[in-house]
Design a protein around this ligand. Structure first.
Ligand SMILES: NC(=O)c1ccc[n+]([C@@H]2O[C@H](COP(=O)([O-])OP(=O)(O)OC[C@H]3O[C@@H](n4cnc5c(N)ncnc54)[C@H](O)[C@@H]3O)[C@@H](O)[C@H]2O)c1
Length: 241
């Protein structure tokens, strides 16, 4: 038996680095990955803009009609934008909050309606930027800090349900993939920026999306049956300093 045998897991941002690694890990663990991303992404089971409540209702209804249950949700969709509090314009702030925080709220809210029937687990992908601040990450810090505490509120609510629904957050540092590439590409000297970021990590490298996915598998599986409302840091020691 796989660690997620026959469990139905909905993943947002599943065309991205973490989301696609997550889909692979679910299948590897014997589960069924239901993939979703923006309409422009190819090969997804559902087109789901996480900021659209209408999209969430449609996708959850579709899953209900097709399977009648949902065992897990991984809120992996997200964007990162550099900017300190003075140079972040309000439209950028609102876009980051809409995708990272509103999207996670809507996901927890609408998935719970189905998950509460059979019980299950939610994993919200926050960031080390949801734990510690950066001078040039005003919107991202705020959105990911919000995900951290939203997770605890959802966990406490889910613990009161019968059957119960668990909810935990994951806090990665820099990961290999397009998000870090884009951010590094915005700096004046990308090569130097990558070196500096790598040197900041005690384990001396960026994380791999598959390593984050492995942590999600644990949090979605019965192995973590007594774990809820908790923060899982996967950062090569970055925030231990
Ligand atoms: N990559 C990193 O270094 C890193 C570090 C810490 C935390 N994280 C977090 O991990 C999560 C996954 O990041 P990733 O590295 O896979 O990034 P990624 O850019 O590879 O993937 C993000 C995915 O989210 C999708 N997306 C964007 N807006 C969306 C919307 N409105 N609705 C639905 N999907 C949308 C994109 O299309 C993309 O496929 C994000 O929440 C991110 O903040 C990433």
């Amino acid at each position: 038996m796989g660690r997620l045998q026959d469990k139905l897991i909905l993943i947002t941002g599943a065309a991205g680095a973490v989301g696609s690694a997550m889909a692979d890990a679910v299948v590897e663990a014997g589960g069924l990955a239901v993939t979703s991303d923006l309409a422009r992404a190819a090969g997804m089971d559902h087109s789901l803009d996480v900021t659209s409540e209408e999209d969430w209702r449609r996708v959850i209804d579709d899953i209900d009609r097709a399977a009648g249950r949902l065992d897990g949700l991984v809120n992996a969709a997200g964007i990162a934008v550099f900017g300190n509090v003075e140079d972040t314009d309000f439209a950028t702030w609102r876009r980051v909050m809409a995708i990272n925080l509103d999207g996670t709220f809507l996901g927890c809210k609408h998935a719970l309606a189905l998950m509460r029937r059979t019980g299950g687990a939610i994993v919200n992908i926050s960031s080390v930027s949801g734990l510690v601040g950066g001078h040039n990450l005003a919107a991202y810090n705020a959105s990911k800090g919000g995900v951290r505490l939203l997770t605890k509120s959802v966990a406490l609510h889910g613990a009161r349900l019968k059957p119960q629904v668990r909810c935990n957050s994951i806090h990665p540092a820099f990961l290999e993939g397009p998000m870090a590439d884009d951010l590094i590409g915005q700096t004046r000297n990308p090569e130097r920026a990558r070196e500096r970021m790598t040197a900041e990590v005690p384990l001396g490298r960026f994380g791999r999306p598959a390593e984050v996915a492995e942590m999600c598998v644990y949090l979605l599986s019965e192995e973590s049956a007594f774990v809820t409302g908790a923060e899982f840091v996967i950062d090569g020691g970055l925030t231990a300093k």
